[in-house]
Design a protein around this ligand. Sequence first.
Ligand code: HEM
Length: 232
Amino acid sequence: MALRVPAIPFTFVAHTLAVAALVLVLVWNIHFRGGFAWEATNKNLIFNLHPLLMLLGLIILGGEAIISYKSLPLKKQVKKLIHLVLHALALALGIIGIYAAFKNHNESGIANLYSLHSWIGIGVIVLYGIQWIYGFLIFFYPGGSPTLRSECIPWHVVFGLLVYVLAVANASLGFLEKLTFLESSGVAKFGSEAFLVNFTALTTILFGVFVVISVLSEAPAPIEDDQSYSSI
Ligand code: HEM
C-alpha cells in the first residue's frame, strides 16, 4: 500500500515474534502462576486462561489473519477464506478469554468492569465482532456488488488495523495491570517474573509493529487474480 518493499521478510519476523510471545506467556503462567484450569478452588488458575487466550486469540491469530494476504503466495479466494477463518478463531478465543476473566472475578467476589483495561477490552471485542460480521456479509456471503466491495475495502483495512492496534495496546495495559497487582502482593519489582512479564508485553508490542509494517508493504505476486478490487 504505502511502503515500496516486499512484505514477506517482515511477515517472517512477525511469525517468529508470535511464537516467542506465546512461549513467554506459557512459561509465565505455568512456571510462575501455577498453570490453567476451568474449574478450580484456586481461582487464579481460571484467571490465567485470560492472558493466554487473549494473546493467542485476538493478538496472534488476529495478527496472522491480518498479514495472511501478505504472507501467503496463494489464490485470492483461498487467502480470503484463511483470513476469515483465522479471524473467527481469534474472536472465539477472545470471547472465551474474556469470559474466563469474568468467571474468575465472579467466583472470587471481585467487581467486574472497574478498570480502563476492562472498558477498552469490551470496546475491542465488540468492534472486532462488528468488523468480522460486516466483512463476512460484504466480502464473503451474500457478498456486495463489485462497486460496494471496492468502496468498503479501504474502510475495512483502516478500521481493522485501528481495532488491532487498540487490542495490542490493551493487552499491554493488561500485562501492566496484572504485574502491578502481583508486585503489590509481594512479587519483586526487579525479579525474574517481573522481567518475564515486561518482556512478554514488549514482544507482543513488537509483533503488533511487524503486523502493521507487513500490511503497509507489498504483497507477493498473486497466483491468480480474477477480482477487480485489491484486498489490502
Ligand atoms: C486484547 C486483549 C485483551 C482484552 C480485549 C481484555 C479484556 C478484558 C476484560 C473485558 C476484562 C474485564 C473482566 C471483568 O471485569 O470481569 C479484563 C480483565 C483483566 N485483564 Fe484483560 N484483556 C486482554 C488482555 C489481557 C492481558 C494480555 C492481560 C495480562 C495479564 C490481561 C489482564 C487482565 C487483568 C489483570 C484483568 C482483571 C482486572 C480488570 O478487570 O481490569 N488482559 N480484560
